[in-house]
Design a protein around this ligand. Structure first.
Ligand code: 5GP
Length: 177
């Protein structure tokens, strides 16, 4: 285990099994819909790869980079760093997220996709922190509900570090306090 990690919350096998389960649900719900699976950079990349491998239906993938975080705190201000390439008009969109925290990021992205003519927008998130929610956002497909602590690994960072850890761990407070 990495020295900055307090404890491992979710192991790689646990995460992979859950991703496969979520992909099975999506497979049933989107079999004939040719959805766009939209990953939010950079945190969703490992989870996105897991999902894609099991989600053997006709789909397209795209990425968007929106940012609302500065270090370990949400700023509440969401900006689009990279927009998606595909048009969402008339399409079913599944947003893949690493974690839903305050919900502000997703709220903005959903608003934007709807205003651009997406037929439906649903969310699949690996992690959900419902205690921290500010915006009224509920992901339809949730991997794990976790407590309010700050986690890293499996795509999630602290100041761009730890994204490559193959597990989700709680970061030691001494690292960011
Ligand atoms: P929200 O807009 O829901 O507050 O924040 C969503 C984004 O904030 C996530 O995609 C993620 O990048 C970041 N975030 C929220 N909670 C955590 C956390 O516990 N750890 C890390 N590393 N990022 C988080």
């Amino acid at each position: 285990m990495h020295q900055d990690i307090e404890k491992i919350l979710l192991s790689q096998p646990e995460i992979e099994a859950k991703s496969a389960e979520l992909a099975e649900q999506l497979k049933v719900d989107y079999a004939d819909k040719r959805p766009i699976l939209l990953g939010l950079l950079k945190g969703s990349t490992m989870f996105m790869a897991d999902l894609m491998k099991t989600l053997d239906i006709d789909l397209q993938i795209d990425f968007m980079d929106v940012s609302s975080y500065d270090g370990a705190a949400s700023t509440g201000d969401v900006k689009i760093v990279k927009d998606l390439d595909l048009s969402v008009r008339g399409r079913h969109v599944i947003i893949a997220e690493d974690i839903v925290d305050t919900g502000r990021t997703l709220e903005r992205v959903i608003e934007l996709l709807r205003s651009r003519g997406a037929v439906s927008v649903e969310m699949v998130t690996l992690l959900d922190k419902p205690e921290a929610r500010i915006a009224p956002i509920a992901a339809k497909y949730v991997g794990f509900t976790i407590p309010k602590s700050f986690v890293v690994g499996y795509g999630l960072d602290y100041n761009e570090k730890y994204r490559n850890l193959p597990y989700i761990g709680i970061l030691k407070q001494s690292v960011y306090l």
